[in-house]
Design a protein around this ligand. Structure first.
Ligand SMILES: N[C@@H](CCC[C@H](N)C(=O)O)C(=O)O
Length: 281
């Protein structure tokens, strides 16, 4: 049985096991994904990432959440994979395809990478939502019906689905876990949703905590940070660019006026490498 090696990386604390499957296919079962991602008994990570050959890009990036489900994309992993691909090819810019759409990544100095995430998708059926609503503030609330603690979040797809609640404080772990886990599979979201809680600190600064679909409370969610800036700007709460402060660091997000693309810049770190126990490629 062939051994499968991996690189362990993180982007602002959102961590990944990255497997190079360009020369040899890698198709883990959901049980195997869960075993790899398990922090007590496996390698431990938020997402498992496979690099695959692509006809249209330098590489195709496949993403599994820690719960074993395969999903469209991951912003922080795009920065990590972008860094690996820039190092390997020597190119200034690399094209990375995902199930959520094509992206471009380039080195941004001092262990930082910028990813062009493309344009956000803002129509209700692109998120997708189960029914038509104004995605600047959808009909959803958390807490007692007559005194909700969080309500009317913005909805954004960055290739994957997000809702972003705006609060006047930064919520604690208990709140993020309680509200996030309840809303992640709400019937309004046929494909589930990543749930962000944003505290706007100023026109160019957001404090964000995210409960990720299929992974739970993370130190950072890159697509979540992009979604928060887009949702905040659509509500007139920020400009088109802001630093998004997440639990694991800072991400700079720019919703570029000229083409409507969202650019995300942030740190990348290689933590180590190893061989996956008992998973053949
Ligand atoms: N951590 C990622 C998002 C990973 C996927 C997400 N949990 C989903 O289910 O869509 C990021 O940095 O964007």
């Amino acid at each position: 049985m062939a051994r499968t090696s991996y690189v362990k990386m993180n982007g602002a604390g959102n961590d990944f096991v990255v497997v190079d499957a360009r020369a040899r296919a890698f198709s883990p079962t959901p049980d195997q994904v869960r075993a790899i991602c398990d922090r007590a008994t496996g390698v431990g990570c938020d997402q498992l990432i496979a690099l695959e050959p692509s006809q249209t890009a330098d590489v195709f990036m496949r993403v599994w959440n820690a719960d074993g489900g395969q999903v469209e994309t991951c912003g922080n992993a795009l920065r990590c994979v972008g860094w690996l691909a820039v190092q390997a090819t020597g190119q200034a810019e690399v094209r990375i395809d995902t199930l959520g759409g094509p992206t471009l990544a380039r080195a941004a100095g001092e262990g930082r990478v910028t990813v062009d995430m493309g344009a956000p998708r803002l129509a209700w059926n692109e998120i997708p939502l189960a029914e038509e609503m104004d995605t600047r503030g959808i009909e959803l609330q958390f807490g007692p019906i007559d005194a909700p603690v969080a309500h009317t979040p913005g909805a954004v797809s960055m290739g994957n689905p997000h809702v972003v609640f705006f609060l006047d404080h930064t919520p604690d772990d208990g709140f993020v876990k309680g509200a996030g886990s309840l809303l992640e599979r709400h019937p309004l979201f046929p494909e589930g949703v990543n749930v962000g809680f944003a505290h706007v600190l100023g026109p160019d600064r957001i404090r964000l905590r995210v409960w990720e679909r299929g992974a739970g409370l993370t130190k950072a969610c890159g697509t979540g940070a992009c979604a928060a800036l887009v949702a905040a700007h659509r509500r007139g709460l920020t400009g088109r660019a802001a630093t998004v402060q997440v639990d694991g660091g800072e991400l700079f997000i720019d919703w570029r006026e000229v083409d409507g693309h969202v650019l995300m810049t942030g740190p990348v770190e290689v933590e180590g490498a190893g061989v996956l126990p008992g998973v053949a490629a």
